[in-house]
Every structure is written in structure tokens, then in C-alpha cells.
Write a protein that binds this ligand. Structure first.
Ligand code: GKR
Ligand code: MG
Length: 411
């Protein structure tokens, strides 16, 4: 079994105007799609962040000619970022698992669960300017609007965990959103609520917010502030667990966190940590350190969602509902055959088919590749200026992914 073909395709698909600590989501999200073929006719697919095509192509000389089952060798030969590797590894595991007729999670050692539970990833947002989107296409620019969005997600997908993407508005708005959300989705009815302002609060503000929301029983406080040391300081003042996908997001961050224990729950991500096998290894580290393990998400299409599904199924240490942006991906914006993967009661079943269990729709892939070449369908500059007339673009351009680039801590 030898890889005979490697195809790398950058794509773009529509994204809604979601707000985070640095601004508004661009009108499309960019992703990099990897496809391999083997000499005996198996195919594999992988997906990662946009702009990883050059890195992947730079490894072409050894990927073509490699046996995808020789994963240890492949990991040693890879030259590039963990996130670009994640797409190549996913494609290799997909092809190798198909070769033995097993789903990826079973191919890599077996599953801890047949279905994986996810969290509703909720954002303040503008109404989509073209009315496009799978869900919540209207505006959610205050706590009441945020709760309505949560209701839509819970009603449609059955999520029991709710994540507030905070840090765009003043922390008092986030506190009020937390209060209203908890009132609407009580703990005794089985709802968990977490909040993530992407580290724009000072230690003092983080302590203040923690004290204000303690009575609403947060599941965890995700990256309220900037560093492992800042979180260690915060923990002296609150019993709310801390979580991170920012200051503990690579193997090199594990030792510093072990020394001062700033972060209690790691949001593992096969893109950030370097593959599905690395996600399992993150689980082992969490077991050794008695840390919790959750899942991070960023703008995924169906291949990344399937990869994370298998990673989570194969990792026994996962003990929180993983984040997923996948509901924000439009049905006609995905690149897989047969429509999107489905949530039911907040869970997603592991597909039975060998490999990832999803296949690329070549027509959709070609269309999204053309969309990238055409450029963003709209410019969201006016939206952000509406909220903050003094907003400045990042990198001197209004078409960057996120803007404005506020200094941290912002509050
Ligand atoms: O999509 O706006 C977003 C998120 O804020 C994303 O950029 C983060 O990577 O999901 C993320 C997080 O949990 O920090
Ligand atoms: Mg986060």
C-alpha cells in the first residue's frame, strides 16, 4: 500500500458574521483539503486551517511513495506545523483504515464510545447580510438575543452544554448573558454552561467575573486571561475550573502547566496538537496529570468534524462535551457527499463505514475552490464600524479575517 497521488485544494465557504474578541468573522472561512490515493486504489481525505497548502506541498517528495500504515515514520519525516500535519495524518489514517475495513477510531486502537457529545458554540453576531446560513441567521447583539440563539441550538440539535463566546462586549454584558442563560437552562435540567472571552480580561477582571457567575455554576472558565501563570493566580480566588486552548495548546506547554497548574481542563484539538494520534496522546497526559479533557473547534467542514469525531471516540479520557463550529457550516457549504453529518440529542454517532466514514464530493470541492479564487463575497468593515467607529483594521487591510486588533487585556 503506497501513496501514489497527493492533491491539496484550498477552499472557502460562507461564514456568518460571528463576533469574538478581535472582531467579526470574515464573510467566508478558508480551509485546506488534502486527498491521497494509493497504488491499490484506496483514497483518504484530510482537512485543516486555510493557507497550509504550501507547507503540505513541500512534503510531497516523501508523502508520494510512502506507505500510509507506517505512521511513526511519517510523523518523523514531516517538516512543518502540527496543523498542516493534521490534514495529512487524517488522510493517511482514512486510507489505511479503509484498507483493513475499519472505522478510523477502531483502526487506531478501538473506541471508548459509539457516539460523541458536543457543546453548542454560541456567539454574539450580526444578522447575515445575505440572509444565508444553516441556523441563527438573525442578529444576537445583546443577552436576550444570545438566549434566543441558544434556544434555537438546543431545539434543533439537542445540546446540553452551552458555550458563550464572550470578550467582544464589556464583561458586564457577558455576566448578564450568563445569568439569563442559566435562568433559561437550569443546572438541575442537566445543562452545562461555559464561557470563553479568548483571554482579553486582566486577572482582576477575571476574578470579578468569576465571583459574579459563581452562583450560576459554570462548567469552566475558558481562557479568561492570558497565561498559565495568570490562570494560576486566578485559581487562588475561585473554585471554578480553568480551561484553555490558548496558553496550553501544544506539547511544549504541558510541562509549564504541570509546574504551576494554571489550567485544569485542556481543550485538545487534532489540528493544534498535530493529529488524531496526538489527541489520544493529549488524553494520556491529562490522565497522568488528573486534568480534564475537552475539545477545541475552529470553523470546520465535514472532514475535520469527522476527524474530531473519531479522535474523541477513541480517547477514553475525554470527559467534557467537545466544542464544535459545525452547525455554523451551511449544508450547501460543506464538501462531503450525502449532506452534513447530523447531531441528535447533542451527540453525533460514529459512522459505521471504513475510514472516516465520509467522502469528498468532487463537485462541491471544485465549487469551493473557485469561491476562494473569487475572494470574500462581502466586506464586513461597516458592521464593525457600526459598533466601534474607532475600530482599526489589522495589517492595514479591511479584508483581514478579524478586526479590529484590540490590545490585551482589553478590560
Ligand atoms: O471562531 O471566533 C471563533 C473562535 O473564537 C475561535 O477563533 C477560537 O479558536 O474557538 C476558539 C476558541 O475556543 O478559543
Ligand atoms: Mg477557546
Amino acid at each position: 500500500m503506497i501513496i501514489s497521488k497527493l492533491i491539496v485544494t484550498p477552499v472557502a465557504t460562507h461564514d456568518q458574521p460571528l463576533l469574538n474578541s478581535t472582531g467579526v468573522h470574515e464573510s467566508y472561512r478558508t480551509r485546506t483539503i488534502v486527498q491521497i490515493e494509493t497504488t491499490d486504489g484506496y483514497t483518504g481525505a484530510g482537512e485543516t486551517y486555510g493557507d497550509r497548502d504550501d507547507e503540505i506541498a513541500a512534503n510531497r517528495n516523501w508523502i508520494v511513495g510512502h506507505d500510509p500504515r507506517q505512521m511513526t515514520q511519517a510523523r518523523l519525516r514531516w517538516e512543518g506545523s502540527p496543523s498542516a500535519w493534521a490534514a495529512v495524518e487524517t488522510a493517511m489514517l482514512d486510507a489505511a483504515a479503509k484498507h483493513v475495513g475499519l472505522p478510523v477510531c477502531d483502526y487506531i486502537g478501538g473506541r471508548a464510545r459509539d457516539r460523541v457529545e458536543w457543546a453548542a458554540y454560541l456567539f454574539y453576531k450580526f444578522a447575515d447580510e445575505n440572509g444565508q446560513g444553516e441556523i441563527a441567521t438573525g442578529a444576537a447583539l445583546d443577552p436576550e438575543g444570545f438566549v434566543r440563539q441558544a434556544e434555537e441550538f438546543v431545539e434543533r440539535y439537542g445540546f446540553k452544554a452551552l458555550k458563550i463566546k464572550g470578550g467582544f462586549f464589556h464583561p458586564d454584558v457577558d455576566i448578564e448573558t450568563f445569568r439569563l442563560l442559566r435562568k433559561r437552562f437550569p443546572k438541575q435540567n442537566g445543562y452545562d454552561i461555559r464561557i470563553d472571552p479568548n483571554s482579553v480580561w486582566s486577572i482582576e477582571t477575571s476574578i470579578r467575573v468569576a465571583k459574579a457567575i459563581e452562583e450560576y455554576e459554570p462548567q469552566y472558565l475558558e481562557d479568561p486571561t492570558d497565561s498559565i501563570a495568570d490562570h494560576a493566580e486566578l485559581k487562588k480566588h475561585t473554585d471554578i475550573p480553568t480551561a484553555s486552548n490558548m496558553c496550553v495548546s501544544a506539547f511544549s506547554h504541558v510541562k509549564p502547566n504541570a509546574q504551576i497548574e494554571g489550567i485544569d481542563v485542556i481543550l485538545g484539538d487534532h489540528h493544534h496538537w498535530g493529529g488524531i494520534l496526538a489527541y489520544k496522546e493529549t488524553g494520556v497526559l491529562c490522565r497522568v496529570m488528573s486534568w480534564g479533557l475537552s475539545g477545541h473547534s475552529n470553523n470546520s467542514l465535514g472532514i475535520s468534524q469527522a476527524a474530531m469525531l473519531h479522535a474523541c471516540a477513541a480517547t477514553p479520557e475525554l470527559n467534557f462535551q467537545a466544542d464544535t463550529h459545525y452547525p455554523w457550516t451551511d449544508t450547501d457549504g460543506d464538501i462531503i457527499k450525502g449532506g452534513k453529518l447530523q447531531f441528535k440529542d447533542g451527540f453525533m454517532d460514529v459512522p459505521d463505514a471504513p475510514g472516516l466514514g465520509v467522502e469528498i464530493d468532487e463537485d462541491a470541492l471544485a465549487e469551493r475552490s473557485e469561491a476562494l479564487k473569487a475572494g470574500p463575497p462581502s466586506n464586513r468593515k461597516e458592521m464593525i464600524l457600526d459598533i466601534d467607529p474607532k475600530a482599526k483594521p489589522r495589517d492595514g487591510s479591511w479584508t483581514g479575517y478579524n478586526f479590529p486588533n484590540y490590545a490585551k487585556p482589553r478590560w
